[in-house]
Design a protein around this ligand. Structure first.
Ligand code: 13P
Length: 287
């Protein structure tokens, strides 16, 4: 069932668990995540970056594929299709194309401009029942060519943006996209606690979910995080399983080169990763 992310996140915040956002890249990714959500009776958010949207022939192709797949696979758990780190123009395009949720990442702008642009996206999106995520304090690391400085958000600025009526708020707390460096200082829980105190019931979003140790994930959820984004970990699992298949020479046995066989181990690896995250985030049986 395609829905906005609003209701599932309000429920997650109240129930002290988090809904996973898993980024998609193609049909196999989408099918693996949807099937795992249904099997675990978990709500889910499918994340689509602007780069992945272009790769998949545009937002409309992606939205139509997701809707058709929800129908053909008989997916009854709540599913949101969400633009990840959208630009101002990108957010408007995703809304037009039929996404049920968008992130407008105005963290690169000065706070006043972030506020103005976030307000405009909210008014367009909410008019159509689409949920909105905003960001304060860039998330570190590189994602799809977007390089964040890894700032720690100012809790007062978080409150300003939260008060605009966004449905979920991403705030930098020392988290980084991609693999964490060996000398990573960890999440800044003091700042997270301050943000939570200032923003109250607002569902908070933790980006850069790959590689954050389980105890830190649990603590972040206890401090108000209700949505956790995972991208790189599914990519690593897919690549690892595919490499093993080829290194074992299985593509050379019989019809092992058939893409439906060649991509199967990677597909199963994504499913296993998503299931493990849903268990850790506590979203199993919360559909
Ligand atoms: P990772 O690739 O580090 O899991 O981050 C995903 C993310 O935050 C998407 O916005």
């Amino acid at each position: 069932m395609l829905v906005s992310a609003k209701e599932m996140l309000v429920k997650a915040k109240a129930g002290k668990y988090a809904v996973g956002q898993f980024n998609i890249n193609n049909l196999e990714w989408t099918k693996a995540i949807l099937q795992t959500s249904q099997e675990n009776n978990s709500p889910v958010i499918l994340g689509v970056s602007e780069g992945a949207g272009k790769y998949m022939c545009g937002f409309k192709t992606v939205a139509d594929m997701v809707k058709a797949m929800i129908d053909s696979l008989g997916i009854t758990v709540p599913v949101a299709i969400h633009l990840d780190h959208g630009s101002y123009e990108g957010a408007k395009k995703a809304i037009e194309a039929g996404f049920s949720s968008v992130m407008f990442d105005g963290s690169k702008y000065a706070i006043d401009e972030n506020i103005e642009k976030t307000k405009e996206i909210i008014s367009i999106a909410h008019g159509k029942g689409i949920s909105v995520e905003a960001e304060v304090g860039a998330i570190g690391g590189e994602e799809d060519g977007v390089i964040g400085g890894g700032e720690v958000a100012d809790p007062d600025e978080c409150k300003l943006i939260a008060d605009l009526g966004v449905d979920m708020l991403a705030a930098g707390i020392g988290n980084i996209h991609g693999k964490y460096p060996a000398n990573w200082a960890g999440l800044n829980f003091d700042v997270l606690a301050q943000i939570q105190e200032k923003t109250g019931i607002m569902p908070l979003v933790l980006h850069g979910g790959t590689g954050i140790p389980a105890d830190m994930i649990k603590k972040a959820i206890s401090l108000g995080v209700s949505k956790i984004n995972v991208n790189t970990e599914c990519q690593l699992a897919f690549a690892d399983a595919t490499r093993k298949y080829i290194e074992a020479g299985k593509d050379l046995e019989g019809k092992g080169f058939d893409p439906r066989k060649l991509l199967a181990p990677g597909f199963e690896a994504i499913k296993a990763t998503v299931k493990e995250k849903m268990e850790l985030f506590g979203s199993v049986d919360k559909a």
